[in-house]
Design a binder for this molecule. Structure first.
Ligand SMILES: [Mg+2]
Length: 397
């Protein structure tokens, strides 16, 4: 089998990758909805793929893997890797999870991810009310994650909650020391949410990036009695093109509250320090940023060897991304906690992708399906209506 074309169309806001072969099999991958600008970057790799056998996934990846980097510049390579697995699975007549070593679970736990509700305000009562809505969501999540501190608007609640002035725009532009009042406000909001959840639903907190080491330690210690699932991205995180393992280690070693990072990190090599130094308790690569499914599986195995847990990122990965997350998560070792559940947005995405369970999430889990490849297909007739003018031929050939 040979690759004859690599196509990319921005459907809604998600760049969708299609690998076309000479045997009539196509494979798909999907990039986060926050990156519609990546289409030309995806197509850059076409020159390296034409004529290759897509079922030798690793041999194809050797040609393009080094031509990528931390988020957002690992997404194109990652989506191509996922599309290669989709082709390989379809060619073999097997679900991708079989090609990755087989599943060890029949259903995979997810956390709320894209299921969120607008906050009415930034007070502890507002956070409690919002958490009650997520707890009541029909998906029945057993873990819910909420943004706090610099990963939220929480510090706009009152003046003088942090020492530097708050900036607007860009991606998480704020950083620096909180005032005593600021830290107390964050802790009060977390306590209010925890009171709603009790011990029935786990609470994870996406915190930054932007915390200083002393504040991160104070926060983590103050929350110890609350049994928080993890504190994510306190120091570095989304769109941070480096890791800072030694600094994370200082925080992690100071507290029993678990720490988490890794959503923006590209390749196993960049997890080496985090894992070998025991710099965090949980790693959270996104399959569509880290380099793909095999890359994520390798990191999960290596983390497991070191006593580190795995909770993959994925909130903006769309429905093809969801299928990819289900396939790989079914195969991960028992350090797996849950992945971050992405929605199809806009909502018509659910009309153009076939093969997902209905409802997708039951009691906080997604059942693993057994169709070949990623196990989902475009309803081409319905999907064509959503193709941009310049990509009218996306499904042709
Ligand atoms: Mg995050």
């Amino acid at each position: 089998m040979k690759i004859t074309d690599l196509k990319c169309a921005v459907i809604g806001q998600n760049p969708v990758v299609r690998i076309v072969t000479d045997e009539g099999i196509s494979g798909y991958g999907e990039v986060e909805s926050s990156k519609p600008y990546l289409k030309p970057h995806v197509l850059f790799y076409k020159q390296f793929l034409i004529g290759e056998d897509p079922t030798n996934v690793e041999r194809v990846m050797l040609k393009i893997r080094r031509l990528g980097s931390f988020k957002p510049w690992g997404s194109a390579v990652s989506a191509i890797e996922i599309a290669l697995w989709d082709v390989a699975g379809k060619a073999a007549g097997l679900p991708v999870y079989k090609l990755l070593g087989g599943k060890i679970r029949d259903r995979v736990r997810v956390y709320n991810g894209g299921v969120r509700f607008p906050l009415a305000g930034q007070s502890p009562a507002d956070y409690a009310e919002n958490m009650a809505k997520m707890k009541a969501a029909r998906e029945g999540f057993t873990i819910i994650k909420q943004g706090i501190g610099y990963h939220s608007q929480m510090l706009t609640y009152a003046p003088d909650l942090c020492y530097d002035e708050l900036r607007a725009g860009g991606r998480y532009p704020n950083r620096g020391l909180l005032t005593e009042r600021g830290l107390a406000h964050v802790i009060a909001c977390v306590k209010a949410m925890k009171e709603v959840l009790g011990d029935e639903v786990g609470l994870a907190l996406d915190c930054g990036p932007g915390w200083t080491v002393p504040d991160a330690i104070r926060l983590a210690r103050a929350l110890e009695p609350l049994n928080i699932m993890w504190l994510e991205d306190l120091l570095t995180g989304d769109y941070t093109p480096y890791v800072n393992a030694d600094v994370y280690r200082e925080v992690t070693q100071s507290t029993s509250t678990p720490t988490h990072t890794g959503e923006q990190i590209y390749l196993r090599q960049n997890f080496k320090d985090l894992i070998e130094k025991h710099a965090v308790n949980v790693v959270g690569p996104d399959p569509v940023d880290v380099g793909g499914l095999a890359e994520l599986k390798w990191i999960a195995e290596y983390a497991d060897l070191h006593g580190i847990l795995m909770a993959p990122h994925g909130v903006l990965d769309g429905l093809i991304g969801l299928a990819a997350l289900v396939q790989v998560s079914a195969t991960l070792p028992q350090n797996y906690i849950a992945f971050e559940y992405p929605l199809g947005r806009p909502e018509w995405w659910t009309d153009i992708v076939e093969g997902l369970p209905d409802p997708i999430v039951r009691q906080g889990f997604v059942d693993v399906w057994d169709r070949p490849g990623l196990g989902v297909e475009f309803n081409v007739r319905a999907a064509r209506a959503h193709l941009p003018e310049e990509d009218r031929d996306f499904f042709d050939g």
